[in-house]
Design a protein around this ligand. Sequence first.
Ligand SMILES: Nc1nc2c(ncn2[C@@H]2O[C@H](COP(=O)(O)OP(=O)(O)OP(=O)(O)O)[C@@H](O)[C@H]2O)c(=O)[nH]1
Ligand SMILES: [Mg+2]
Ligand SMILES: [Zn+2]
Length: 350
Amino acid sequence: MSSTFSLHQLGWRPEYAQHLTLDDFEVGYPARVAAVHRDGLVVFSSRGQGTVVVPRHVEADAGIAVGDWVLVEHEADRVIRLLERQSLVARMAAGEDHRRQSIAANLDALFIVSSCNDDFNPSRLERYLALALDASITPVVVLTKADLCDDAGDYVAMAERLAPSIAVVALNATHSASVGQLLPWLAPGKTVAFVGSSGVGKSTLANAVIGDAVQLTQGIREDDARGRHTTTSRDMFPTMTGAWVIDTPGMRELRLGAIVPDLGAVFDDVAAFAAQCRFRDCRHEDDAGCAVRQAVMEGTLEARRLDNYRKLQREAAHAQRSIREEREHGRQFGALVRQAVRSKRERLEQ
Ligand SMILES: Nc1nc2c(ncn2[C@@H]2O[C@H](COP(=O)(O)OP(=O)(O)OP(=O)(O)O)[C@@H](O)[C@H]2O)c(=O)[nH]1
Ligand SMILES: [Mg+2]
Ligand SMILES: [Zn+2]
């Protein structure tokens, strides 16, 4: 895949140039990140595909992500800096690690993939929907394995109820005519990513829209114990229609990493009931004057949905706290270093 791409083809937008000066263009050129490896980035640019290193001082919130735009030195395969992102999908790292972990940057649409079987989980879908809507990315719920279930329509109806006016598509990922339903989001220069649990068909879908280039993607896949191909890295590929698609490994856990998540975009019904609670700061824990709990009691609001809303709220508050602590820690460390340098200088000057 050594073909070259124009900025336009790569999905460039004038916004990315906002903080670039003429000087910047003299020393470097913009390139788009197609893969992130430990020892460098794979990038696409007007020079074709290349590999560049990232100097330590080039920092990015949550790390440089697939889909990011970087300025690369003309004379060396080295990143000068990261260009301002239009959007970022990130999550909190699993376990004790409290850092934010980027999944993909500068997306136009997020394909949230689930299957028409036991994988279908409304609370998990709400989680992904919140992630996309919070980043101002168009979410599309893609329900695979429609060919293996009795009535995919039931799943579509359940998914449509999860957030106001979202697109839901049911299909057979192994059937190209069926995958054609994704074309409205694959216009030239648009960038999309597939996310969801392992085995739901993300790579099958990605390969279907990549088309002829499909054979080139096999290298990134590894056979797992069950003889299945399971994706192990995030990579961006051009599609037949001139869009960009990012395939991601199946996620077991998606902890919201948004700093101020807009849960109201998904849970508009909860927000509407909450507006009628007697107390403005109602936490919907007590029945007294709580319109939200009343709605659950009357059956107009699903108890599961309220539980999930509150769970995501707690999670977001937790993420916000750890991000603040991390920053505070960084500041304190910086102050400590400056103090040490100052006292050393003072000693030398005495
Ligand atoms: N019949 C049918 N099989 C499907 C469909 N979607 C995926 N599969 C099959 O499911 C298996 C897993 O698909 P993958 O595309 O590898 O799943 P994935 O989401 O990329 O999985 P990870 O890379 O592990 O995250 C493959 O054998 C596919 O052929 C579908 O809509 N219908
Ligand atoms: Mg895969
Ligand atoms: Zn309430």
